[in-house]
Design a protein around this ligand. Structure first.
Ligand code: NAD
Length: 484
């Protein structure tokens, strides 16, 4: 007999406990092989003074089972409380967020009856690395951090997902026409990995027109992989236009751990009234069953659910006169699904999950070719309010040490010296670029950078930070000032 898989379950806040009870009832009746450890997270834990919303004993359970089925929680209003979702995602290294966004036409109202899109969102990097600073009175920055290993594993995950789930195409969204290095890396890695999957079609869209197309004709997309910020926004858009924010589930996958949930929140106003739709959490649980290698149970649950929706048995949120046959509460909906276990939909496409095990991707080779890195300059950021760009350019040119010269100053990314445009809005932080005075693209050493900082210190300049300017195999991998 197959052994049970230990999982950790949190019943959450608001409608959480009701939809979790409904979900677990269906899983049990479908024969899911689970050993459940229950933990408490969310509002009560926050209000006990734990700013993370999760106790160490609950984290222990997650470490043990590695699989987390989570109901939505309420984050209390006001400062000091950390988002539990962000904490778990980071703590457990859940780098991939998977959100299938499917239309259930004609049973659930939608403008896009043929929509069946899966958004694969990178979950850890980009502007969500959480590296923000205030540099001066005027300037605030958030670092957009993209790494080669991070891009490689999310792009691979998207292609592997496509293969396992019989998908035909993976589309990449990025904004590499503007962010040539960060989004450029994402696109480049996509182009490197796509040929490993010749059976899967691949394409790239700039995210703005891609998003417009997704909102207008989502049926032309299949699997879409994207960096964190675009994925955060567009996975909500996609779920909404499928007509089914209350129906969508989501998986957060890491190398060791995985978390499954509904995409909606705890809907506190609907709590305790047997009203909420448990479908989002149930479809999250279906993804969990596939992940823990119980595809037979996943298929049984998913098809019984599709049949229930098709039979017009609907909770209030999707109930429509003339389409629905019965308006039911959370418990009755769950019972209707249980009653249909073993049945399949007759009009909607039936779910099929195979026994294909999750691939261990750790042995996959990177396409990275070793390069020679060479520092050729430094951008020193200075907080300064004593005059114009011209004034700063002339003054700093005098402070450049032997062997370095000031070649450019930019403000808000726009070149303002030499030959700036007088109408450019300048604020109080300036990027001052020093490069070798001996030879174009000649080497610049750390010792020279330190000497340059020392010279600025002696001349009373308030520097904020510096960034090294490097070439890789002779190619400068840093942006020019706009207009440089
Ligand atoms: P929400 O998703 O809870 O509710 C938005 C709307 O959708 C409400 O009108 C609600 O009645 C309806 N709705 C949501 N889920 C439903 C369901 N299953 N069945 C029927 N109707 C449903 O979003 P919100 O009101 O902005 O947030 C409420 C709380 O949830 C906040 O504290 C927020 O922080 C939290 N939240 C938690 C998560 C999570 O734990 N993953 C995600 C989002 C929001």
């Amino acid at each position: 007999m197959a052994t049970n898989t230990p999982i950790t379950v949190a019943h959450g806040d608001g409608i959480g406990p009701e939809i979790m009870e409904a979900t677990l009832h269906i899983l049990k009746e479908a024969g899911a092989r689970l050993d459940i450890e229950t933990i408490e997270i969310g509002e009560k834990v926050y209000l006990r003074g734990n700013s993370a919303g999760i106790e160490p004993s609950a984290i222990e359970s997650l470490r043990r089972t590695k699989i987390f089925l989570k109901a939505p929680i309420t984050t209390p209003q006001g400062g000091g409380f950390k988002s539990l979702n962000v904490t778990t995602r980071k703590m457990l290294g859940l780098y991939a967020n998977i959100r299938p966004c499917v239309a259930y036409h004609p049973y659930v109202d939608t403008l896009h009856p043929k929509m069946d899109v899966v958004i694969v969102r990178e979950n850890e990097e980009d502007t969500y690395a959480g590296i923000e600073h205030r540099q001066s009175r005027d300037v605030y920055q958030c670092l957009k951090l993209m790494t080669r290993p991070g891009c490689e594993r999310i792009v691979r995950y998207a292609f592997e997902y496509a293969v396992r789930n019989n998908r035909k195409k993976v589309t990449c969204f990025s904004k590499d026409n503007i962010m040539k290095l960060t989004d450029g890396l994402f696109h480049k890695v996509f182009d490197e990995i796509a040929p490993e999957y010749p059976q899967i079609e691949n394409e790239h869209w700039i995210v703005d027109i891609g998003a417009a197309k997704l909102a207008d004709t989502p049926e032309i997309f299949d699997v879409i992989v994207m960096p964190n910020l675009y994925g955060d926004i567009l996975s909500d858009v996609a779920a909404q236009i499928a007509g089914s924010v209350g129906l969508a589930g989501s998986a957060n996958i890491g190398v060791k751990y995985a978390m499954f949930e509904a995409i909606h929140g705890s809907a506190p106003r609907r709590a305790g009234q047997n009203l909420a739709n448990p479908s989002g959490l149930l479809l999250g649980a279906v993804m969990m069953l596939v992940h823990i290698d119980q595809p037979d149970i996943a298929e049984r649950v998913h098809n019984a659910w599709l049949r229930t929706v098709e039979d017009g048995i609907h909770t209030y949120d999707i109930y429509a006169e003339g389409v629905s046959t019965q308006k039911v509460g959370t418990k009755e909906f769950a019972q209707a699904v249980v009653d249909r276990l073993g049945q399949e939909p007759t009009k909607l496409k039936a779910a099929r999950y195979s026994n294909a095990p999750q691939q261990d991707l750790s042995d996959r080779k990177s396409h990275y070719v070793p390069e020679v890195k060479q520092q050729i300059g430094v951008d020193i950021f200075i907080n300064w309010t004593a005059g114009t760009a011209e004034d700063l350019g002339s003054a700093l040119s005098q402070v450049a040490i032997d062997g370095l010269k000031l070649v450019m100053i930019s403000n808000r990314g726009v070149k303002v010296w030499p030959n700036g445009f007088p109408d450019t809005l300048c604020c109080d932080a300036w990027r001052c670029r020093f490069m070798s005075s001996a030879a174009e693209n000649g080497p610049v050493t750390h010792a020279q950078v330190i000497a340059q900082l020392q010279a600025l210190l002696v001349a009373n300049y308030d520097f904020i930070k510096y960034e090294s300017l490097c070439t890789f195999d002779g190619r400068p991998d840093f942006s020019l000032g706009q207009g440089q």
